[in-house]
Every structure is written in C-alpha cells, then in structure tokens.
Design a protein around this ligand. Structure first.
Ligand code: PEP
Ligand code: MN
Length: 441
C-alpha cells in the first residue's frame, strides 16, 4: 500500500529544492515540548484531564493576520475557562493551528458550472498544495507552497507563543476575552458571570499572598493533520537529547480518516516519530481495526502517545462507539478518546453551502459521553472546527442561524466552522455533560 491523498507534482526538481530548504530550516517546536504534551495527554488517559483541540478546518496563508490568530486563541481560551470552571476539570489546550494547511479530498476533481458550461479542474487540496482560485494555473500543485506552510506556521506560532506567555492569556484578562458582541448573547452573559467569579477568587488569592505561575499564562500546544508526506518527512529530525525522531512541525500530529490504512505510508511515518499522535476513527472502524492501529502506533502501550479521535456522526455514535471502547478497555489499551462531532455531521444545504447543524454536533458529543458513561471509560476531549469570528457556516445554535443566513459570512475554504458564539455555547453544554458525569460517578 502506498501513500494516499498525495499531490502529483509536475516538477520533481522543484520538490527536491523545497524539501532541501525545509530540511535545513529550524524546528518549529522543541521535542521536549512534545514530551510535555504527551505527559498531559497521559493525564487524559487516566481520566484526570480533558483535551480541547480546535481551530480551522483549513488554515490559509491569507488568514495569517494578527486579528485572526488572536481571535482563534481567544475563543479557545474562553472555552477552556468554561470547561475548567463549570466542568471542574483541567483542560489541555491544543490548537488546530500553525500547520493545518493540507486537506484530503473525497474526489480528485471539482466541477463547477461557469457561464452554462461545466468546468472540471483538480480539487483544492489546501494552501499547502495548490490555490483555492478556480483556475487551471492555481490548481497545479506547487511544492514551493510547502516552504510557505513552514513560514506561515512559524509566524503564527510566534504570535501564539507571544500571546500565551506575554500577558494576553493571564487569567486576570478573563473579562477582556469577552468582547461586546459576545457579551450580548446568552452564552456571553453566562460567561461574564463565571469571569466575575474567577476575578473575585483571584483577588482573594492575591490578598492571601498566593500568585502562582498558572494565573499568568497557559500551556498551549499546536497540531495538524500529517498529510503531505514530503513536508512531514522533511520536518522530522533526530532529537539531540534522546536520539529519537520527532516531527518538529507541530507538537501533535494526527492521521486522517482517509489515510489511516494499517499498511499505508502515513501510519508508517507516524509509527516512527515520538510525538504524541492522533488517529481519526470513522463509523467503518471495527474494534479489531482500532486494536491493530494501537499495536502498530503505540506498541509499548505508553499513555499519552496515542489519541483516538472518533467521528461517527450523531446517528451512528451510540451504536458504533461502545464496541470499540469495550474492546480497548478489555485489552487494557492506554489511549485518550476524544470526540470530533464535526466530520460525521456535514451536509449540503439547499443553498449549496456545505454546513453542519449545531444540534447534530451537540447530539454527537452527548452520544460520546453516553457511550463512555455506559462502558466506564473517560470521555477525554473535544476536537472542533471553529473560528473566533462571527461567521455564518454552521446552522442552528442560540442565534438560530438558518440555511438562508449562510451566505452572509461564509469564509471557510473547506469545512464549516462553529462561530464564536456557537463555540462558547458548546463549551457550556459540554461543561454540563462533564458535571453530570461527575455526579453520576
Ligand atoms: C479534518 O479534520 O478536517 C478531516 C478531513 O477529518 P477526517 O479525516 O476525520 O475526515
Ligand atoms: Mn474538516
């Protein structure tokens, strides 16, 4: 079995040039940070923490602006506060950011009708591969884009690091993360209340002389789907501390639903790196498939090394997930289970937009919690496509966006994302699920 979902580059020499450039570029993350994240995920495996993994379906080079990066970080910080405070659980914060530029496609081609004529061109595979513009020239895979991925990821990660350590993520900023727009929504008002309580607690702590490091910044990690093998391979380096290979393009990388073949190139590459890794598991996954993936990707059964990201769809999760959980439990697998309630719930609205219904998304998360509660395993986290902006891509939610609203601000170049208010609403609903689970326990 070869490598699925790879671009076909017309110019092999240009690929070599790009790969050489990447090979000599400094790492984007330090291997020691990947180990720290692995330890945090190990706490999730033990049922002591919860992962919040979120960001765009597809980042774009044009989207690398200060506002865009700050807004995404802000909504993730707000969600994490809600989950930590209302759900009473430590939250591992993991962006789908600074590297999420390559997309697997169900079809190699895209057909549009232009001036009454059907035009077919190669599918857009993310800014890592080709251009979104629907022209022949833009859709040709260009390996120089891999170097652009590196540079844009570096710029994004640099800003994220500045924000999380430079004061923006200080808990005393908890009120300022809630801007006017969100404050007027019910979820925003509920958030204001929590922020007020946290502020009071911080004042009390300060008064008694306690001011720990945790109040002034957060640990934030980045992740993306490891898809274009030239890129991931070129960014894999031998760590000088341990002499082991790490993919230093992100703290965590995952294998997508379309590339998780046991004998495929993606599973092979990720089996050799030491980063914490994830695998998406869709509704066709059998318990034996999951066990075989774990045996290949985590032969030492190390806690924190492997995360299964399930994406069954709201109609399939209640039936499909429990057999996997039961088998993994019976075999003593050390794995973190997190729920991607997005990718099994996509449909095309009558207006032609790809969308998701907020209620389906929440229902899948509820089904995920129900399955874990029934089997006695830990619902370890969420994997969400979201943005910090006020887009109109998913229908439903407290603002009751309808299919007719989607054209107002539909900006995703791939899958529809929850907007800022929908993301915050989701955090409250999931915090309630966590709290309900605790009561039951
Ligand atoms: C994605 O995460 O954007 C994606 C393509 O997911 P999946 O591999 O689960 O379909
Ligand atoms: Mn997606």
């Amino acid at each position: 079995m070869g490598a699925a979902q790879q671009p076909t580059y017309p110019d092999a020499a240009a690929v070599d040039l790009a790969v050489d450039r990447l090979r000599t570029s400094p790492p984007l993350v330090f291997a020691g940070e990947c180990d720290d994240l692995k330890e945090k995920i190990a706490a999730v495996v033990r049922g002591e923490a919860f992962i919040l993994q979120g960001g765009d379906c597809a980042e774009t080079f044009a989207g690398v602006t200060a506002d865009n990066v700050r807004n995404k970080l802000r909504v993730l910080l707000q969600m994490a506060v809600v989950l930590t405070y209302a759900g009473s659980v430590p939250v591992v914060k993991l962006g789908r950011i600074a590297g999420q530029y390559a997309k697997p496609r169900s079809s190699d081609f895209e057909t549009r009708t232009i001036d009454g004529e059907k035009v077919t061109l190669p599918a857009y595979r993310g800014d890592a591969v080709n251009g979104y513009d629907f022209t022949e020239a833009s859709r040709i895979p260009d390996p120089q884009r891999l170097v652009d991925v590196y540079n844009n990821s570096a710029a994004t990660l640099n800003l994220v690091r500045a924000f999380v350590t430079g004061g923006y993520a200080d808990l005393r900023q908890v009120h300022t993360w809630n801007t006017d727009f969100v404050r007027s929504a019910p979820a925003g008002r509920r958030y204001e209340k929590i922020a007020g309580e946290i502020e009071k607690a911080l004042e009390f702590m300060k008064a008694i002389g306690a001011d720990p490091r945790e109040f002034h910044g957060v640990d934030f990690y980045n992740s993306h789907e490891a898809l274009v093998l030239e890129y991931e391979h070129a960014m894999t380096r031998i760590d000088s501390r341990t002499n082991a290979p790490y993919d230093v393009s992100a703290h965590m990388v995952w294998i997508g639903e379309r590339t998780r073949q046991l004998d495929g190139a993606h599973v092979e590459l990720l089996s050799h790196i030491k980063n914490p890794i994830g695998v998406k598991l869709g509704p066709t996954t059998s318990p034996d498939d999951a066990l075989a993936l774990a045996a290949k990707l985590n032969p030492a059964n190390e806690a924190g090394r492997l995360t299964f990201i399930t994406r069954f769809g709201s109609g399939k999760i209640r039936e499909g997930l429990p057999p996997l959980l039961e088998k993994a439990k019976a075999e003593g697998l050390n794995v973190a289970w997190i729920c991607d309630p997005m990718h099994g719930n996509t449909f095309e609205a009558s207006s032609g937009y790809k969308t998701r219904n907020f209620d389906d998304v929440i229902d899948e998360v509820q089904g995920f919690f129900d399955a874990h509660n029934a089997v006695g395993t830990w619902p370890g986290g969420l994997h969400v496509e979201l943005t910090g902006d006020d887009v109109t891509e998913c229908v439903g939610g407290g603002e009751m966006l309808s299919a007719d609203d989607l054209n107002q601000r539909y900006e995703s170049v791939c899958d529809p994302r929850l907007n800022r208010v929908q993301s915050l609403e989701m955090a409250f609903l999931v915090a309630d699920m966590l709290a309900a689970g605790r009561k039951r326990a």
